[in-house]
Ligand binder design. Structure first.
Ligand code: XMP
Length: 235
């Protein structure tokens, strides 16, 4: 499964760090039917166990993105990937480990049909201290060795920079809701998907929340298509 092909389904990647109301399989199934992908995080795997998470998502038609914060020597990143390659569609790794390590990871993942997304900037304020100073170089690594990037909705200029350098490659963007950025703000800046966790998982009605977010995304995408058509007609 390729994430780029799921844009017509939804622009939401559900960050599943804890289950909340989604522990109810009925609710989880309905939510999953209305999002493009599910990002599984370490808090979920450490509290529920890997087999529980694998069972939970097996036979569900959804893109599974593993966010285990890969940032290590190639051998270790590949060992971790070997454990999960059978049930995930994509993996997130940190670009700061450098081209050589990333290219080895990419080679392994490609041979297993798994996509690679690189973190090129982070969402929290402290990210400006170190990691976000190198965003442009990280995006260039992603352009050459990855399927896309993770870029922060809380620093929207990083999203537009990534879009300029990456062309059509996929941009996924966390930072929506609990971390302060507005729903749809990353899509407006050129991201393809918004990674959204607590806004959905801690909602009283996760399914209604997902429907509302999808509605906002569709409205933004429709208006950007219309304004693109207008500017073409005016030329
Ligand atoms: P919330 O609940 O804040 O969850 O919507 C956000 C999810 O996104 C992850 N996250 C990041 N992942 N770079 C990343 O690769 C980031 O800068 C970043 N900020 C948040 C977080 O782990 C959670 O799963």
């Amino acid at each position: 499964m390729e994430l780029a092909n799921l844009k017509s389904k939804s622009r939401i990647i559900l960050a599943l760090d804890h289950l909340g109301k989604l522990r109810d399989e009925n609710i989880l199934r309905k939510v999953i039917a209305n999002v493009a992908g599910v990002k599984i995080g370490l808090p979920l795997v450490l509290s529920e166990g890997l087999s529980y998470v694998v069972n939970l998502l097996s036979n569900k038609d959804v893109y599974v993105l593993a966010d285990f914060k890969l940032a290590d020597i190639p051998d270790i990143m590949i060992r971790v990937s070997e454990r999960i390659a059978g049930f995930v569609d994509g993996v997130i790794a940190h670009a700061f480990v450098g081209c050589e390590a990333i290219s080895k990871l990419r080679e392994f993942l490609k041979s297993h049909g798994v996509e690679l997304f690189l973190v090129v900037a982070m969402t929290h304020r402290g990210a400006e201290e170190f990691i976000n100073r190198h965003t442009e170089e990280f995006i260039e690594i992603a352009r050459d060795y990855a399927d896309g990037v993770v870029a922060p909705a809380t620093f929207p200029d990083k999203i537009s920079l990534a879009r300029r350098i990456l062309g059509d490659k996929v941009i996924v963007s966390p930072g929506i809701g609990a971390q302060g950025a507005e729903v749809g703000s990353a899509i407006r800046m050129g991201a393809d998907f918004e990674i959204i966790g607590r806004l959905i998982t801690m909602s009283e009605d996760p399914l209604a929340m997902v429907s509302e977010i999808n509605r906002i995304h569709r409205k933004i995408l429709a208006s950007s298509t219309n304004s693109h058509r207008c500017s073409e007609n005016m030329r």
